[in-house]
Design a protein around this ligand. Structure first.
Ligand code: PHE
Ligand code: ZN
Length: 874
């Protein structure tokens, strides 16, 4: 799981990278050709060592089709020891990093032996060391850093893996599939052998060796098979694994019930590692996780952490079908597995929690992470047409917009036909490497519905903009819609798209749905839709539940939004009305126009007082949109003006409704280990209310926050309080930060929070604090979580990062340059913070461009960072 919010020492790399020129080649989707050679079977033998590992690979290769091209095996940083074909030393050449062998027959057995150096692997791709253990990460192109192989997802092989190593250093040896043999060697060594019966692409290969302990459990599948489950962690972390285990079992049952998908092996393993580039990885039967998505208890993890663990555990488990059993033909099809699997994990989280709140959270992520991508220089379609480095395409567009696309299919077809479609998809393509077109075809064939018009969502980048106006005359209302698609890089001319809009009309007086919800599909540049029997003044409720991932502006009568904010029968639309009310005030303020705070204040007050709403929804509804979201709405971005506007609105709310906020802040106590949606909602509202209060009287708010901090019996309240305190100028701020550090500094995941909270602080001196933290002994640039906590968080702190003196830009650019020498993937993911430089006021715009140019001019830049920076400047 890539994490969109939202995951290493240069001269330590043994094989220096070839010097990189700005001519890094683009790979194009239209150039796809089936593989020249297939590899039905592979046997791997590992002689494990932290510094040096020896890998012997035996490949049975088979010519694919009629051609006389040689066997071309990808490699990256491998030290070649020997090559043989059919048992004889073989002639071979190196073509750059690739190994090329001429083979006359149509079939052969190819053996290679290489050495690699896990502890020097700071890229965390291939086989690497983390906390004394060895583990692998192969997606997308890491397997070539382990052995020579056709490293592409459409080459599927059966794996046999033997690993041997020191029994004291590596008591536990794991790989994909079933453990079929084990034994002891001399010199305190031992070995184990695994066989995976399911052919898989090499990106799903995994190996783990280390001193780990398991939380064990089991799950009985719908056909009555018992599956042994194990979550492997360091011994001290065992008590923090129960939530992940519970989540796994829930996910297994859910996939049976909702998709009819049963687990297919007798074992399922999850391993937690502390150094990991992303969220987690779906290797067949051996999922490897960033420990942040496994470990949790009430003292150290927030409610959001618990939810994220459930989400990511489910996501990786769901990949067993949507990703492993059916995989991708090529990396352009990445959304085939990721968009679909994100949609599946979103549906799961909605089902086990609160659907309305989950939808609000998902849309917030989409708007904060994907919309900016779609509007900026790095915009790309859900199914990209070209890439320089595929790691740069694990994006919110491929994941989250991809999930929205699948959701639209679900909406248009309805649950039943959608399920028929996925059944057919799994049946038709089981054991294959498929394409996005194959997926749509299965939905079409099973449902008898033509979805061809919708395919443009795969190929056309950019967020559609829709304008809506409702006319009312007599008893008829007419909805006039217009859509527009802005040009994006390499796509200057756009086609109109089919946009499914769930729409209803609410009566202004009655508050009832006078025209019940219906699904309208806008597929022309301009279109009108009629509603009959409109007997009262109509309120337009449109894009309900966010049925299409678009930006919509409705022409509204005065007070229409206020009324929808209280009366809309769709929870998401009701939330949306609140957000629109606040957004109107915030953007007006940022432009220096008069601001109507009263309307917002009244709406917030009514929301807080409502008996019909639960606390979780209230918390979401009264949350003032972030600086980043406001910036998205401005033609020219002035971060100081936006920040000041937001502060003014928050202060007006706090001054006018302090007592109601205080009541919400104090709402009934729930115990910290109560993880029900209700209890989580109460905690969330407690901190959101505190945040608003802190915009009023700072001293009182600091007292309240410190009290919440001191009293907290759970990390949600503690982190919530500290998150408010860090932005205040009060003595309690440093007291709480120190107390937090002293208590938790041995827990890496909690220490990440300590860094992240300070990097996210809304203060004039945040840049100074962040510069200091970068010198802190606990700041470890090689650990992706720590780097993201400080530099990644700071890049998302709109006001501080865009500080007028340009020091925020300098800091992040320096970090990107330093990190790139160690871990290009993680470094490249921090570049988008600079991406939208063209939209800023001239001074900042120029400084952002200079920062990008300075990164671009750095000698030896990785392909990853090169691609992001050059595209940002283009
Ligand atoms: N395939 C992983 C997921 O989304 C994400 C990932 C990609 C992890 C690349 C590591 C490396 O589940
Ligand atoms: Zn995934």
């Amino acid at each position: 799981m890539a994490d969109v919010r939202t995951s290493n020492l240069p001269d330590a790399e043994t094989a220096p990278e070839a010097p990189l020129s700005p001519t890094h080649m683009a790979i194009r989707r239209e150039d796809y050709r089936p593989p020249d050679w297939l590899v039905p079977e592979i046997s791997l033998k590992f002689d494990l060592g932290i510094e040096t590992t020896r890998v012997r690979a035996t490949l049975s290769v088979e010519r694919n089709g009629q051609h006389d091209r040689p066997l071309n095996l990808d490699g990256d940083g491998l030290e070649l020891v020997a090559v043989s074909v059919n048992g004889q030393p073989a002639e071979h050449q190196m073509d750059g990093p690739a190994l090329v062998i001429d083979i006359a027959a149509d079939r052969a057995t190819v053996e290679t032996e290489v050495t690699i150096h896990p502890s020097a692997n700071t890229k965390l791709m291939g086989l690497y060391a983390s906390n004394g253990m060895l583990c692998t990460q192969c997606e997308a192109e890491g397997f070539r850093r382990i052995t020579f192989f056709p490293d592409r997802p459409d080459v599927l092989s059966k794996y046999t893996v033997r690993m041997e190593g020191n029994a004291a250093a590596f008591p536990i040896l794991l790989s994909n599939g079933n453990r079929v043999a084990e034994g002891k060697g001399g010199d305190g060594r031992h070995w184990a052998e695994y066989e995976d019966p399911f052919p898989k692409p090499c990106y799903l290969f995994a190996l783990v060796a280390g001193d780990l302990k398991a939380n064990r459990d089991s799950f009985t599948t719908m056909s009555g098979r018992k599956v042994d489950l194990a979550i492997w962690v360091r011994e001290a972390d065992l008590p923090k694994t129960q939530h992940a285990m519970n989540s796994l079992k829930l996910a297994m049952a859910w996939d049976e019930k909702v998709y009819g998908r049963e687990y297919d092996l007798d074992q399922f393993n999850i391993v937690a590692v502390s150094d990991f580039n992303m969220g987690a990885m779906e290797n067949k039967s051996l999922n490897i996780f960033n420990s942040a998505y496994v470990l949790a208890d009430q003292e150290t993890a927030t409610d959001a952490d618990f939810d994220n663990i459930a989400r990511v555990v489910a996501h990786e488990y769901f990949h067993n079908w949507s990703g492993d059993r059916v995989t991708c033909r090529d990396w352009f099809q990445l959304s085939l597995k990721e968009g679909f699997t994100v949609f599946r994990d979103q549906s799961f989280s909605a089902d086990v929690g609160s659907p309305a709140v989950k939808r609000i959270e998902d849309v917030r992520v989409l708007r904060a992470a994907q919309f900016p991508e779609d509007q900026g220089p790095l915009a790309h379609p859900v199914r990209p047409d070209s890439y320089i480095e595929i790691s740069n395409f694990y994006t919110a567009t491929v994941y989250n917009k991809g999930a929205e696309l699948i959701r639209m299919f679900h909406t248009v077809l309805g649950a039943e036909k959608f399920r028929k479609g996925t059944d057919l998809y799994f049946e038709r393509h089981d054991g294959e490497a498929a394409t996005c077109d194959d997926f749509v075809k299965a939905l079409e064939d099973a449902s008898g519905t033509d979805l061809s018009a919708f395919k443009i969502w795969y190929s056309q980048a950019g967020t559609p903009k829709v304008k809506a106006r409702l006319d009312h005359e007599g008893s008829t209302a007419t909805l006039h819609l217009e859509q527009h698609e802005d040009p994006t890089p390499r796509q200057p001319n756009k086609q109109p798209m089919p946009i499914p809009l769930k729409t209803a009309i609410i009566g202004e007086e009655s508050g009832a749905e006078i025209c019940p919800e219906r699904l309208i599909v806008l597929d022309q540049p301009k279109q009108s839709f009629r509603f009959e029997n409109v007997s009262e003044t109509p309120l337009l409720s449109i894009n309900r539940n966010f049925s299409a991932p678009i930006m919509i502006t409705a022409e509204r009568r005065p007070q229409e939004l206020d009324k929808l904010a209280q009366a809309d029968t769709d929870a998401f639309a009701r939330y949306e009305a609140m957000q629109e009310l606040m957004m109107a005030a915030l953007t007006a303020g940022a432009r220096g126009e008069p601001v109507d705070c009263d309307t917002v204040i009244k709406a917030i007050s009514a929301t807080l007082k409502s008996n019909a709403l639960d606390p979780a929804f209230k918390a979401e509804a009264i949350l003032v949109p972030s600086d980043t979201l406001v910036a998205e709405r401005m033609d020219v971005v002035d971060p100081d003006a936006i920040h000041a506007s937001r502060d003014r609105l928050r202060k007006a709310i706090a001054d006018a409704r302090g007592e109601e906020l205080l009541a919400a802040h104090r709402s009934d106590g729930v115990s910290g280990d109560d993880l029900s949606p209700k209890a989580k909602g109460i905690r969330r509202l407690r901190t959101v209310a505190l945040g608003l209060l802190s915009a009023g009287d700072e001293a009182t708010a600091a007292e309240l926050a410190k009290a919440q901090f001191d009293r907290a019996d759970n990390m949600t309240d503690r982190q919530g309080a500290l998150g408010v305190l860090v932005s205040l100028d009060a003595p309690q701020r440093q007291e709480a930060l120190d107390a937090f550090y002293n208590r938790f500094h041995d827990d890496a995941l909690v220490l990440d929070k300590w860094f992240a909270l300070q990097a996210a602080a809304q203060r004039r001196d945040t840049v100074d604090q962040v510069l200091k933290l970068a010198q802190h002994p606990d700041f470890v640039i090689t650990n992706p979580n720590r780097l993201r906590s400080l530099a990644g968080m700071f890049g998302g702190n709109h006001w501080a990062f865009h500080s007028a003196d340009g020091r925020g830009y300098k800091f992040l650019a320096d970090m990107i340059i330093a990190a790139d020498k160690l871990n290009p993937q993680v470094a490249a993911r921090m570049v988008p913070a600079f991406g939208r430089w063209r939209r800023f006021e001239p001074k900042r715009s120029a400084m952002m461009r200079e920062a990008l140019e300075r990164i671009a001019a750095t000698p030896g830049l990785s392909r990853d960072v090169y691609e992001q920076v050059s595209k940002s400047l283009a």
